[in-house]
Design a protein around this ligand. Structure first.
Ligand code: DAH
Length: 339
């Protein structure tokens, strides 16, 4: 009896500290053919009937106690194995290398539009939206470009739906929408995509972007336009940039001017980008033509205004020294990833 008690406590201790493989050995050691308890059960024949019964039942109890102990240890081991497996296989979503795609970024043209808009916002302009599909009224007539006026030829228009609508050739229709929707004072920019039906080369593409600007109020003068544009250029390109205003012609402004800035690459000495002139043309502008104010039923005696339009691709090309506009639209990631 003493032996059986010892066997049980010894076996329990071993089972407690066992792992998956040693547990099998423990089972054989106690319950196998030559196991300790089996030996006791085999030796029962030499005892008296009384002892046989007593020792036999104790040995059988011990046998099932050890079996139960082994089974429950097996369950424990299985559970902790599964817990560990789950722990080690759990995905850590914070680790970036599990994500197979690289991070995207804004297209350089969109970035430039955002930068330009940021500067104009700081100068008190709201940011408006136009429509890429327009009618002749908004793209031309209201902008003082009547039918059969030669200025229409320079726009190389894409017409849609039996000549009734067109893809806007500039963002200037945004001026008309802004004036129709609001009353003066107005101070707004309208960035967006424009289309021209022309052959592409290093400086021309059928789709490009412009930012239109408009301010209308009482007593707006050409000085307001000049100082505001100088502020914009200095904030956008740097405070040491020289600029100049050249007389020009646009149907929707009178007087009209074009603004050049000293070439930022050669500092005016003359280079490939400024075509040896030392100057880079960056925008067109002027005082809003009275006919444009009349087209939206504004009192052209009471209100004056200025307007301007700049080409986003051109500005981006000068900013980063890019010499071919087509690079923006070829979707070559080696180019786009640099911005
Ligand atoms: N719409 C003109 C173009 O596409 C650019 C422009 C010039 C806009 C002068 C203006 C402006 O608002 O005043 O060539």
């Amino acid at each position: 009896m003493e032996d059986i008690r010892k066997i049980i406590s010894e076996a329990k201790e071993k089972i407690k500290n066992a792992n998956v493989s040693s547990l099998e050995n423990i089972k054989t050691e106690y319950l196998g053919k030559n196991g300790a308890l089996t030996q006791i059960l085999k030796s029962l024949s030499s005892y008296s009937i009384e002892d046989k019964k007593r020792i036999g039942s104790q040995a059988n109890n011990a046998k099932s106690a050890i079996e139960t102990e082994i089974e429950s240890k097996k369950e424990d081991l299985k559970k902790s194995f599964l817990d560990e497996k789950m722990r080690s296989e759990r995905l850590d979503y914070s680790k970036s290398f599990y994500f197979p795609f690289s991070k995207g970024s804004f297209h350089p043209i969109i970035q430039t539009i955002q930068d330009i808009s940021g500067v104009f916002k700081s100068l008190g302009f709201a940011v408006g939206e136009g429509s890429e599909i327009e009618t002749e009224k908004y793209n031309f007539e209201a902008l003082n470009i009547p039918e059969s006026h030669p200025a229409r030829d320079t726009h190389d228009t894409f017409y849609l739906e039996g000549l009734k609508t067109l893809l806007r050739t500039h963002t200037s229709p945004g001026q008309i929408h802004a004036m129709e929707k609001n009353k003066p004072p107005i101070k707004v920019i309208v960035p967006g995509k424009v289309y021209r039906n022309e052959a592409s080369d290093a400086t021309h593409f059928s789709t490009f972007h412009q930012v239109e600007g408009l301010a209308v109020d009482e007593n707006i003068t050409f000085v307001d336009l000049k100082t505001m544009l100088a502020d914009f250029i200095h904030k956008f390109f740097g405070s040491d940039i020289d600029i100049r205003f050249r007389p020009s012609h646009f149907q929707f402004t009178e007087p009209s001017v074009e603004v050049d800035m000293r070439c930022i690459f050669c500092k005016g000495k003359g280079c490939r980008l400024c075509k040896s002139s030392g100057w880079i043309e960056i925008l067109g502008c002027g005082m809003v033509h009275p006919n444009v104010l009349k087209a939206v039923n504004y009192d052209s005696e009471k209100y004056t205004g200025y307007a301007f339009g700049l080409g986003v691709e051109r500005i981006t090309m000068f900013k980063y020294g890019i010499d071919d506009i087509r690079l923006f639209y070829e979707n070559d990631l080696r180019f786009l990833k640099q911005f």
